[in-house]
Design a protein around this ligand. Structure first.
Ligand code: ADP
Ligand code: NA
Length: 352
């Protein structure tokens, strides 16, 4: 059996927002608090897939690292590092490029969304292969659990498909090398080297939506700054954005079922629940029947109380980045040790 191990990553591109925080980082902290072994990565290689040249890459890498630390990730307990510091990710990704099928990649909705209307001459091969590198990020540690937002669900299913095809295609070699373990995949016994990763997506806000349009996800790439709350926004900005957030004219419903067909209301209630570690049911027990004019100020207070200390601590850390750089160096060394052990096995299995 595989020992539980948590892995996740965030790209060093643009400001982190409330979606990244509730969909990912807050869960990273909770999983660490439950005493899991956790590995959290700034996935800088992924940042090249959409745009090759980044003039501010070191600043962006430090900024994500600062967000991890400021949110409560302890770099002694957990491993915090950047992807390019561990070349084994790219080495395993190449093997996985040869395991995975082009059709699997072409079916990814995120690939289709990002390339819709573009000529293939304008799209990097890296963008197509992105999920293969993501599978390598996870499996080079043989991680078993991956906390992510809902938008990553399909990529994690693909990581499972890659792991499964590797395990089956190399089954005899895995045994011959004396590696792997007997596991059940569904009810089929398989001798596996790589585990089937479990996505950890649940919670009241697995997909935080734009504050301007409840049908679009909150995103770094939305041109409207009012659509998202950034982790570095000050109290005034947070208050202004929530006050201006799109809502409908009705009072909050008494029960969750009443949020159906009300995406903006559902989004704000989900955000409130996630920020206070409770459920949407509990939030509606408190606020059901009240107008947004009463709910929004409570949400502002809650968001400011959770996010301002994080923003402040990020600024403090980024002012003197030596600590961040030391964390990344130490995390990189610890990550390389685990990743190299896996790659030695993988090279044995393949016969290199
Ligand atoms: P982005 O999607 O903003 O470009 P990343 O791709 O680096 O950022 O995603 C980092 C993490 O944040 C992933 O786990 C992703 O699922 C999560 N995430 C991003 N946007 C949202 C959102 N609107 N709601 C919930 N989780 C999100
Ligand atoms: Na994303």
């Amino acid at each position: 059996e595989f020992k539980p191990l948590v892995f996740s990553g965030i790209q060093p591109t643009g400001n982190l927002h409330l979606g990244n925080y509730l969909g990912a980082i807050r869960k990273f902290v909770a999983l660490q608090a439950e005493n899991n072994d956790c590995i959290y990565c700034v996935v800088d290689l992924h940042a090249l897939t959409a745009q090759l040249v980044h003039d501010d890459m070191p600043t962006q890498i430090r900024s994500i690292t600062a967000a991890f630390l400021a949110s409560g990730i302890d770099p002694v307990k957990s491993i915090v590092f950047n992807q390019s510091a561990v070349p084994q990710h790219a080495e395993l990704a190449w093997i996985f490029n040869c395991v995975a099928r082009i059709g699997w990649m072409e079916r990814m909705t995120q690939f289709k969304d990002k390339t819709g209307g573009k000529n293939a001459e304008q799209v990097s091969l890296g963008l197509l292969a992105y999920p293969s590198l993501m599978a390598a990020d996870i499996l080079v540690y043989r991680a078993t659990h991956v906390p992510v937002g809902e938008d990553q669900k399909q990529h994690l299913e693909l990581a499972r498909d890659i792991a499964q095809k590797f395990n089956i295609d190399f089954g005899a070699h895995i045994r011959k090398a004396g590696l792997g373990t007997d596991v059940l995949v569904g009810d089929e016994p398989v001798h596996a080297y790589f585990p089937m990763v479990e996505p950890l997506i649940g919670g009241p806000a697995p997909r935080v939506m734009s504050l301007k349009d409840g049908t679009k996800k909150m995103s770094k790439s939305d041109p409207s700054d009012l659509s998202r709350i950034n982790l570095t926004d000050d109290a005034d900005a947070i208050a202004r954005k929530i006050r201006k957030a799109k809502t409908d004219p009705d009072a909050l419903p008494l029960e969750v079922a009443g949020l159906a067909g009300r995406p903006e209301a559902g989004n704000l209630v989900g955000i409130y629940a996630a920020l206070s570690d409770t459920t949407r049911e509990k939030v509606l027990e408190q606020f059901g029947g009240q107008q947004f004019s009463a709910f929004k100020p409570a949400l502002v207070d809650l968001a400011v109380s959770v996010l301002s200390p994080i923003g402040e601590e990020m600024r403090r850390l980024l002012d003197a980045p030596d600590h961040i750089d030391a964390v990344l160096r130490d995390g990189g060394a610890r990550a390389r040790e685990i990743a190299e052990k896996t790659m030695q096995d993988v090279r044995d299995i393949i016969g290199f």
